[in-house]
Design a protein around this ligand. Structure first.
Ligand SMILES: Cc1ncc(COP(=O)(O)O)c(C=O)c1O
Length: 436
């Protein structure tokens, strides 16, 4: 007899194009906190959080209550047509909570890519310059402009060109595999200074509107720049009148133990994009930035039918309350410490773990076949992911070589669930490392 999951896979293959790929074959019937149950009744521990969307956990009771309450009142009016207060309340909260004590404004959209698209539009309009610089190993989405800014070719860009013009990418601060062959800290974080070279070889500074950077490159492999990196980048931007856009779509909303992860580096960006966990599971994104930049585009130049949908705004206001009033940031910090310790021990025990990196509970393991040559263990990462999944743990791989496993579990995960998940991970690491 075929299982419910198998029946759904068959239907999916018939009705949904393969381009919309599946990372797992468990169709979810129910999810709470850090646990998901599939249609065949199998329980899965969630170390992926719907790719960083469920930081407050699946169906957090306060988020569910806020959505229900709003749904009883009204579901959609379109903010441009018949405005409502929660949009403004959320904009004001993000303006207040985001780094920088200057005047800010926020616009709301639906997806991460849409936030990035809008940040680019605002930056170009405000500076009257065309070029946008992004980073190697960066990921900013799957729309036309965001594909151009994104680094990894397969699967994100392959066959979908030509891409948006006036974009170029500079190497990122990937210390484990330094693109310049240097070693930190002896290098003095010179990769940030290299931006100046690109103004002669690739695009002139006076034609560059903005540089867009993730504080920790998510899809790129949780690549975490050294502590002086962003200050250096920011100084160069300021010198040339270039805006610094920080893409917090994966790193934001408590993922690193702070509401905005760029606070770990202490700089105040011109524009910030947020999405994913902001909406507590509902589609919502935001661009927050200096008021004089945000207010540059003419009326009607920004927005859309669904941007800042009332249900999503209600959910986001509940999410922010959970972080600020229920101590979830502190909980995230503790989770980060626990994970960091456990992963370091795993690194001592398993040669395949070349590096443990990230910040707070946003951590990843880069897998290598040999710690000296650093040959990427992409097949092993795929096998590890599959083994974990078979044992009831969902993890995600990432990185341009596909050899990094990342952890984006809900921050509300219980100790028991965490221990069970880490146990499965360790058992699977043992198997991938040649044990049985
Ligand atoms: C840093 C970053 N930017 C942008 C995006 C695109 O977001 P979305 O998939 O919601 O369009 C993602 C998604 O993973 C991301 O991690």
């Amino acid at each position: 007899m075929t299982s419910c999951n198998e029946q759904l896979i068959e239907l999916r293959n018939k009705h949904v194009p393969p381009g919309v790929s599946l990372l797992s074959t468990a169709f979810i019937a129910k999810a709470r906190g850090a646990l998901m149950t599939d249609v065949d009744g199998r329980e899965l521990i969630d170390f992926a959080g719907g790719i960083g969307v469920n930081n407050v956990g699946h169906c957090h009771p306060k988020v569910v209550a806020a959505i229900k309450e709003q749904a009883e009142k009204f579901i959609h009016t379109c903010f441009h047509v018949a405005p409502y207060e929660s949009y403004i309340e959320l904009a004001a909260r993000l303006n207040e909570l985001s780094p920088g004590d200057f005047e800010k404004q926020t616009m709301l959209a639906n997806s991460g890519a849409e936030a990035v698209e809008n940040a680019v539009k605002i930056a170009r309009y405000a500076t009257k310059r065309p070029a946008i610089i992004s980073l190697e190993n960066g990921f900013h989405g799957r729309t036309l402009m965001t594909m151009a800014l994104t680094s990894k070719v397969k699967p994100y860009k392959f066959g979908f060109g030509p891409f948006a013009p006036e974009t170029c990418r500079i190497p990122s601060a990937y210390c484990y595999r330094c693109p310049y062959g240097a070693t930190y800290p002896a290098c003095g974080c010179a990769c940030a200074d290299k931006l100046e070279d690109f103004f002669t070889g690739y695009v002139s500074a006076e034609q560059t509107a903005a540089i867009i950077v993730e504080p920790i490159q998510g899809e790129g492999g949780f690549i975490t720049p050294p502590r002086e990196y962003f200050a250096k980048l920011h100084d160069i931007c300021q010198k040339h009148g270039i805006l610094l856009i920080i893409d917090e779509i994966q790193t934001g909303m408590g993922r690193t133990g702070k509401l905005f992860s760029i606070d770990h580096w202490g700089i105040k960006p011109d524009l910030i994009t947020t999405a994913k966990s902001l909406g507590g599971g509902l589609p919502l994104s935001a661009v927050t930035g200096r008021a004089e930049l945000m207010s540059a585009p003419h009326p009607g130049g920004l927005g859309g039918t669904y941007g800042g949908n009332p249900l999503a705004c209600a959910a986001a206001l509940a999410v922010l309350k959970i972080f600020l009033e229920d101590g979830l940031l502190q909980q995230a910090e503790k989770l980060g410490e626990k994970l960091q310790k456990r992963f370091k021990v795993m690194q001592e025990n398993y040669e395949i773990i070349g590096e443990v990196r990230g910040k707070g509970p946003m951590l990843a393991l880069e897998l290598v076949r040999d710690r000296h040559t650093k040959e990427a263990a992409g097949d092993e990462a795929r096998r590890l992911t599959k083994l974990c999944y078979d044992k009831g743990l969902v993890i995600l791989s990432c990185g341009s070589r596909g050899n990094v496993v990342r952890f984006l579990m809900p921050l509300v995960i219980t100790d028991e669930q965490l221990e069970r998940g880490l146990g499965i991970l360790e058992e699977s690491l043992h198997e991938v490392s040649g044990g049985n």
